[in-house]
Design a protein around this ligand. Structure first.
Ligand code: XMP
Length: 509
């Protein structure tokens, strides 16, 4: 394990990403984490992240003494490097000018293991205010730029290194190689951390946490909750009960498909709760998007709670929380777990308190997918497009009725079939239909029609935060349009949404 101590840099999460990409297990912890937490991980190396502070700030984060006492290799990045220099007897000064942006290493000590296989000149990304003006005793300059004589430093005997630039960002193209050198050449990591290892470790962790307690898990059919449940099932089998709430706002035949998939792949008790009538009743006449979301969230919690109470008592709640959620909601560690409960099955009554089991809280999305494949889940589950919790309710503009749901399900199934049969599903982030309450005049078979407008939404995206409309081939759009107008009663016009996010959002509500 590699431990990364977080000093608040906007890039800390990226360091973790790069280390994982090198197939080395790592954890990102706050810089002032209890030393015993680090002891338990038995790290073979420590990375100190960058951060916004100056070592001279009154409340600047410091270098905990356990870091150097362990005798394992240490790599300080930016603020991390300045901390090392400051603590080991070097000099750090406020630079006249902040150095921010691209720079070029003009000299590199290629005899250092940190730069093995690399050569000058090399493009790097700088972002710092202070700089080092004198190296601590025992250190040598390992790289420099015309402005920064100590762009990298190292004490090869004690295996302590510092980088003034950021190797973790894409703007340092060879940064990955530097990080790999630190991991493989200096820390002696083998880069053999795989989904298989993770599964074993995770099963052990869950067993240790749960003991002989009972675990309940809310499943949606999405990859995160399914993989989380599968890990818990492997670990404690019979002690797990899963609940799948069918709120009736799912896609065509989805509830049956999800249940069939879970029965086949998930070795645990899965209970399907048919709550369609209840959700529809609660949504009756509601048109405001935020109100729809609130009602659905509220009903979900009530249904889940009632079901859980009927099933007996549970000490644990399993959730598919991912690492980015953990990091974002609490700046690592801290109260992350609590915030997340709130978001998922938040609002549970006071007397229902669960301890959380979150086996994926150390993984990134692509790693969850790898674990899913390693657990034997089929690709259509593992690469399923994101689907919002409130389901089709936020894709029906205006009131949600049985009829509107049926219409949208048919249109949406056509959109999905056409994207999938054109082999485009892996290139497009999300693709679906939206039912509008707009009615327009058309003509079909010599008759005048007056029907609803369906919009097709298909976007490309990396993470759902920003998105662009997908340039679907005209042939695909044409087939969708023809089929929807012919096969879906009540729809006589199809439009394509060509709005990016921002300013639009992916969903229409
Ligand atoms: P927007 O519409 O905000 O959506 O651009 C961004 C991504 O989030 C999904 N989404 C949701 N997911 N609960 C969810 O679990 C929700 O309430 C929700 N609303 C939007 C959306 O499908 C897209 O992938």
């Amino acid at each position: 394990t590699i431990v990364i101590l977080d000093y608040g840099s906007q890039y800390s999460q990226l360091i973790a990403r790069r280390v994982r990409e090198a197939r080395v297990y790592c954890e990102l912890l706050p810089w002032n984490v209890a030393p015993e937490t680090v002891d338990r991980l038995n790290p073979v190396g420590i990375i100190l992240s960058g951060g916004p502070s100056s070592v001279y700030d009154a409340h600047a984060p410091t270098l905990p003494s356990h870091v150097l006492e362990r005798g394992v290799p240490v790599l300080g990045i930016c603020y991390g490097m300045q901390l090392l220099a400051h603590n080991l007897g070097g000099r750090v000064e406020a630079a006249q000018q902040r150095e921010y942006g691209p720079a070029e290493l003009t000299t590199i000590r290629t005899d250092s293991p940190l730069f093995r296989g690399l050569s000058a000149p090399m493009k790097v990304w700088m972002s710092h205010g202070d700089k080092i003006t004198a190296l601590p005793p025992g250190f040598e300059a390992l790289a420099s730029t015309p402005n920064t004589p100590y762009a990298a430093m190292g004490d090869e005997k004690r295996r302590i290194y510092g980088l003034q630039f950021h190797p973790e960002v894409a703007h340092t193209p060879r940064g990955r190689a530097i990080i790999e050198n630190f991991l493989y050449e200096i820390c002696g990591c083998t880069g053999d951390w795989t989904p298989g290892n993770f599964i074993e470790e995770s099963v052990q962790r869950i067993r240790a946490q749960v003991g002989d307690g009972r675990v309940i898990c809310a499943l949606s059919g999405g990859v995160d909750s399914t993989v989380a449940a599968m890990l818990v099932a492997r670990a404690v089998g019979e002690q797990l009960t899963c609940v799948f709430v069918d709120h009736g706002l799912l896609r065509l035949n989805e509830a049956e498909q999800v249940m069939a998939m879970l029965r086949h792949h998930l070795p645990a008790r899965v209970i399907k709760v048919d709550a369609q009538t209840r959700f529809l009743a609660a949504l009756e006449g509601v048109t405001d998007p935020e109100e729809k979301r609130r009602i659905i969230g509220h009903e979900f919690v009530r249904v889940f709670e009632e079901t859980a109470r009927q099933l007996g008592s549970f000490q644990f709640l399993a959730q598919g929380t991912l690492y980015p959620d953990v990091i974002e909601s609490a700046g690592v560690g801290g109260s992350a777990a609590k915030i997340k409960t709130h978001h998922n099955v938040g609002g549970l009554p006071e007397d229902m308190q669960f301890e959380l089991v979150e086996p994926l809280r150390w993984l990134f999305k692509d790693e969850v997918r790898e674990v899913g494949i390693a657990l034997g889940l089929p690709p259509e589950v593992v690469y399923r497009q994101p689907f919002p919790g409130p389901g089709l309710a936020v894709r029906i503009l205006g009131p949600v009725t049985t009829e509107a749901l049926h219409t949208l399900q048919l249109a949406d199934a056509i959109v999905r079939e056409e994207v999938e049969s054109a082999g485009l599903n892996r290139d497009v982030w999300q693709y679906f239909a939206v039912l509008t309450p707009l009615k327009t005049v058309g003509v079909q078979g010599d008759y005048r029609t007056y029907g609803n407008v369906v919009a097709i939404r298909a976007v490309t995206s990396e993470d759902g935060m920003t998105a662009d409309w997908a340039r679907l081939p005209y042939g695909v759009l044409e087939r969708m349009s023809t089929r929807i107008v012919n096969e879906v009663p009540g729809v006589n016009r199809v439009v394509y949404d060509i709005t990016s996010k921002p300013p639009g959002t992916i969903e229409w509500e």
